[in-house]
Design a protein around this ligand. Structure first.
Ligand SMILES: *[C@@H]1O[C@H](CO)[C@@H](O)[C@H](O)[C@H]1NC(C)=O
Ligand SMILES: *[C@@H]1O[C@H](CO)[C@@H](O)[C@H](O)[C@H]1NC(C)=O
Ligand SMILES: *[C@@H]1O[C@H](CO)[C@@H](O)[C@H](O)[C@H]1NC(C)=O
Ligand SMILES: *[C@@H]1O[C@H](CO)[C@@H](O)[C@H](O)[C@H]1NC(C)=O
Length: 480
């Protein structure tokens, strides 16, 4: 029942003028280009005035937004003078978030690092930051507007469902170079992955702006977005960048927002929403606190403890051949591999996706396996790539595949190591995510591939590194 109610709630926002007109590419680059176009034709427009115009375009005038940000239309520069009709229609489509009755999520874009973000919470966070800076106040409303309201309402509306179903889902783009349609993988909640990603990004960028030293002018909106989303790793390691980038969204958000995304904070946001909307009676529901408490735990597990994982459809995987064999979870073993070929770490979504496709082709066409060998593959771009995933048996370690996950680092680690950040992604996040999610036994054993099969994998240097990790075991009867 509750699920249906949510479905209609979302549909209520569906279809105005923008449903029919021509299709735009839904990627961050197109969005930034459109912003640049507005900036170029209105050189005196301040970033804050531009954000207010965009908010007005998208019709974000709900009571909570008005409470923290004020009306978007009492400016001297009104939005009509800023946006011509074509741009108005573009922004209207780009920003307005909703899910169609066919499960297509709108108001989201594909970013250069392969993740999908909703634009609305991103812009709200930036606006809160700019307003705080301009008025020299704390960034009031940052967490409520970017994350807490969506999370709280989602936990509440789905309280009869298991906590894992009160968040997400993610989805798949129709075409990765020319994205137009983003199809969700199951029924939506009020906190889809894209809304959560956009919320984290908005809060990160907004907090950065709010804490900018007085003498520094906030730059243009387009520059801010480019710096955050289009950061290219050139030789440097992800862990060494001090600059905030979307590839590190989860660590930054956790450090910055961890203390602000608690059950108490979410409840305060809900109470404020109810007060503003005159629906305080909802608070009488005694299940609310519990639903929100469980929801927060699930949120922390899913978006902060677990590493960001690029799903198969996101990297353009070919279908599994024949029928996947289900694993009996939780598993007792995890084996570490390196790929050897490709022998270089990949540092971008494009490069890592290409590597994934090449390995899958090799494993399917030359080795005649059903699919890419590993359960997960680790890029050096800040992401883990889904191979066979949590639930399906791989073909990574002869004789052991039914009892273990195979995790491979892209590169040749005979004489070098993946960067510290990339190692930690597996050691601290993927493994914790697997144990907490009931996929790996808490007393699991970690081995390198070479402990089971005659091979140099995972390379001397990486092997020596993992022999210092928790749960690494020497094999009985083995010299290693
Ligand atoms: C808009 O109007 C409100 C209420 O009159 C006022 O407090 C606020 O400063 C005005 N300007 C902006 C930019 O919100
Ligand atoms: C994606 O779209 C482009 C342009 O329409 C097209 O050339 C390309 O073949 C498409 N790719 C896939 C995988 O469909
Ligand atoms: C991996 O590196 C080692 C030592 O640096 C080298 O001997 C080996 O040939 C490399 N493997 C491949 C497949 O290039
Ligand atoms: C690990 O725990 C499981 C159940 O929790 C138990 O059956 C198994 O014997 C334990 N394995 C080891 C190696 O301690």
């Amino acid at each position: 029942m509750k699920m249906l109610a949510v479905w209609f709630f979302i549909l209520a926002g569906t279809c105005y003028s923008f449903c029919s007109s021509e299709d735009h590419l839904r990627n961050m680059d197109s969005f930034i280009s459109a912003i640049e176009q507005v900036e170029d034709s209105n050189p005196v427009l301040s970033p804050l005035a531009l954000l207010r115009s965009l908010r007005r375009t998208a019709g974000h005038e709900d009571p909570l937004t008005l409470h923290f940000l004020g009306a978007s239309n009492n400016l001297s520069q009104t939005y009509t003078s800023v946006l011509d009709n074509t741009l108005f229609s573009f922004f209207d489509k780009a920003i307005h978030h909703y899910v169609t009755d066919l499960g297509e999520e709108r108001g989201v874009v594909l970013t250069p690092d392969g993740t999908t973000v909703a634009i609305a919470p991103l812009l709200l966070g930036i606006e809160v930051g700019l307003k705080a800076r301009e008025q020299d106040t704390p960034p009031l409303g940052m967490v409520p507007l970017t994350l807490a309201k969506n999370l709280g309402l989602s936990f509440l509306s789905l309280q009869d469902f298991p906590a894992a179903h009160r968040l997400g889902p993610g989805g798949c783009w129709d075409n990765l170079t020319h994205p137009r349609v983003f199809q969700l993988s199951r029924l939506p909640t009020l906190a889809t992955d894209a809304l959560v990603n956009g919320g984290m990004d908005g809060a990160i960028l907004g907090m950065d702006l709010a804490s900018l030293p007085r003498f520094e002018q906030p730059g243009k909106l387009s520059g801010l977005l480019k710096g955050y989303y289009n950061h290219v790793l050139e030789g440097e390691e992800l862990g060494d960048i001090t600059h905030h980038t979307s590839r590190r969204r989860r660590d930054i958000a956790q450090a910055l927002l961890g203390p602000l995304c608690t059950q108490r904070q979410l409840m305060e946001t809900l109470h404020l929403v109810w007060r503003l909307e005159g629906t305080q009676w909802i608070a009488w529901d005694t299940g609310v606190e519990k639903a929100v408490g469980e929801g927060v735990l699930e949120f922390v597990h899913r978006y902060w403890d677990c590493p960001p994982i690029i799903s198969r459809c996101q990297w353009g995987a070919a279908p599994y051949r024949s029928q996947p064999y289900p694993l009996a979870l939780p598993l007792p073993f995890l084996y570490i591999h390196h790929t050897d070929q490709p022998d270089k770490p990949c540092q971008s979504f494009q490069q890592c996706s290409m590597n994934m496709k090449a390995m899958q082709r090799f494993h399917q066409d030359v080795r005649h396996w059903d699919d890419i060998a590993y359960n997960f593959v680790v890029g050096s771009d800040g992401y883990i790539y889904e191979g066979r995933g949590w639930n399906h048996r791989g073909s990574h370690t002869r004789g052991q595949n039914s009892y273990s996950y195979g995790v491979a680092f892209i590169g040749n680690y005979s004489s070098s190591l993946p960067s510290r950040h990339v190692l930690e992604l597996v050691r601290r996040r993927l493994i914790k995510c697997a144990v907490d999610g009931g996929r790996l036994q808490a007393n699991y054993t970690l081995h390198g591939h070479r402990q089971l099969v005659a091979t140099s994998c995972p390379g001397d240097t990486l092997f020596s590194e993992i022999s210092g990790w928790e749960h690494f075991r020497v094999r009985q009867g083995s010299v290693l």
